[in-house]
Structures are given as structure tokens and as C-alpha cells.
Design a protein around this ligand. Structure first.
Ligand SMILES: [Zn+2]
Length: 100
């Protein structure tokens, strides 16, 4: 995952959390370690999910790395994977809708 991908990933999480977790208490999170110097606000659940997924992707031993979707080693586990997919799908759709 390069810097741009990491930034998109983080942005998608902030969009999702902002719209889906309105009631939850959020705190400021920065992802400097991931090459994406960006501050966002996430609830605890989203922070955990985003951080662990990013960590997994960055420490992935596969080089060149296949896309996680195609990867045979399901390192995130099916539960995390489907949660992350939900976040990504929701936010990319929302972004598309906003643009039009
Ligand atoms: Zn959240």
C-alpha cells in the first residue's frame, strides 16, 4: 500500500464514521506511521479497525503484493474483511454521489 492508497483508505474511514456513527464519541487520530500525515476523527471501533487493517497491509510479506481481495492468505480474517469492505463501499459510493 502506497501513501496515496493509505490516505484514501483513511479518508474513507472518516466518511463512514462521520455518517454512520453519529452518536459515538470520536477522537482525533493521526496516521503518521502509515505515511499518511492526516488527522481524522474516528470512534473507537473504527480506529481499531482502520489501524489493524493498515498495520496488516503495511507489514504484508508479499512483494509485490497482490490486492488483498485476490490474496490467498486471508490475513485479516473474514469478519474484518467484510467490515472493511462495507466501509470502503459506503464511502466510495457517497463520494461519487457528492461529486455529481
Ligand atoms: Zn465509527
Amino acid at each position: 500500500m502506497n501513501e496515496k492508497e493509505a490516505r484514501t483508505f483513511i479518508t474513507f474511514f472518516s466518511i463512514y464514521c462521520e455518517n454512520k456513527h453519529l452518536e459515538k464519541e470520536k477522537k482525533s487520530v493521526t496516521f503518521k506511521n502509515f505515511g499518511a500525515n492526516k488527522e481524522i476523527f474516528l470512534c473507537e471501533e473504527c480506529e481499531l479497525l482502520a489501524t489493524s487493517t493498515l498495520l496488516n497491509r503495511i507489514s504484508c510479506p508479499k512483494n509485490p503484493k497482490p490486492s488483498c481481495r485476490k490474496c490467498p492468505d486471508n490475513c485479516h480474517g473474514p469478519d474484518v474483511k467484510s467490515k472493511v469492505r462495507k466501509v470502503m463501499m459506503y464511502s466510495s459510493l457517497r463520494r461519487l454521489l457528492k461529486k455529481t
